[in-house]
Design a protein around this ligand. Structure first.
Ligand code: ZN
Length: 323
């Protein structure tokens, strides 16, 4: 390696703090689990990253190169060794702890070491942005996935930050294409519903692997209702005249329910609350019994301010539509 190459290599090495000394937990840090919506998106991204990366790995449309496939596959296979999100992720702040994220002339969003299981430090100061109208936006789940793919890539010997950004960006972009986002902002309701489809490009993909993940968020909380949906995803088995769990399912076509009949049907939520409803279709894979189609009503009990503005989600409950 000549001097020029060496300089370049070192320059890239410090860009996001790979293998830097002094990565002991700082007093200002806090491990995953607490915090606002962006921190919760990071924890959710970490808990599901093997699934999200597998969705990309399973599709040619994610457009990974051979090297990217090899690295992403290593990241997926080694996730059990990385440890739980609540332990591995530490949120800190450059403002509270100057120098913590200052590397190579700029403040960075995250840093980690070079081994599987190393702590990933995330800079809380960069997780929230204000838009032109002064509204604060939390970093989204797909962006948190991109940052984590980058940081986890360092645990497998990858040192090129630009290349890791490219890989994280592909996983993020494909996750966006492979999901449906339903926003409540048209009704001034700060709620977002994200359905992330399982491996397989359509409800008819053979085989469809896994269940659609359905996540509701308000300005500071996440509600993952996938377990409730899975529990309702049953298939009728004629032979035994019983219902058995579906092998996979696809929840799609989510839309806000606008018919007041359906909302009135939910009853009076009481003062300070109101209901909203999301309608969704589904196809469940039932093995030898083929597929079943159907749908869900996903009802939200919302907390209101005295002026009627929606403050957040109190409760989410799922009801199966019987056809
Ligand atoms: Zn990096």
């Amino acid at each position: 390696m000549n001097t020029m190459q060496k300089k370049l290599y070192l320059g890239m090495l410090v860009l996001c703090g790979v293998g830097m000394a002094g990565t002991a937990p700082s007093m200002g840090g806090s491990s995953g689990g607490g915090g606002g919506l962006a921190e919760k998106n990071f924890v959710m991204a970490h808990q599901n990253i093997a699934n999200y990366a597998s969705i990309c790995l399973a599709s040619a449309a994610c457009r990974l190169t051979t090297d990217q496939t090899t690295l992403l596959d290593k990241i997926v296979r080694q996730m059990p060794g990385e440890g739980r999100a609540e332990v591995q992720l530490v949120f800190d702040s450059e403002k509270a702890n100057p120098g913590m994220f200052y590397l190579d002339g700029a403040v960075r969003v995250a840093k980690t070491g070079g081994k599987v299981g190393d702590t990933i430090y995330v800079n809380r100061d960069m997780l929230y942005t204000k838009d032109a109208s002064g509204v604060t936006n939390a970093m989204t789940l797909p962006t948190a996935v991109a940052i984590l793919v980058h940081e986890l890539g360092h645990h497998h010997g990858a040192t090129d930050h630009t290349a890791l950004d490219a890989l994280g960006g592909k996983v993020e972009a494909y996750l966006g294409q492979h999901s449906q986002v339903l926003d409540g902002w048209l009704w001034d309701v700060p709620i977002r519903v994200t359905a992330i489809y399982p491996v397989g490009n359509s409800p008819k993909a053979t085989p469809l692997k896994g269940f659609t993940q359905v996540i509701f968020s308000d300005t500071d909380s996440l509600f993952d209702i996938t377990p409730q949906i899975e529990a309702l995803d049953v298939c009728y088995e004629q032979r035994t005249d019983t219902f058995v769990p579906a092998q996979a399912s696809f929840v799609y076509n989510m839309a806000w329910e606008q018919h007041s009949y359906y909302l009135n049907h939910l009853g009076d939520p009481g003062p300070g609350f109101k209901y909203m409803r999301v309608n969704a279709d589904k196809v469940a894979t039932c093995g030898a019994n083929g597929d079943t189609i159907g749908g869900y009503w996903i009802d939200l009990l919302l907390r209101l301010a005295p002026d009627g503005a929606v403050l957040g989600i109190e409760k989410v409950f799922v009801e199966k539509q019987v056809f």
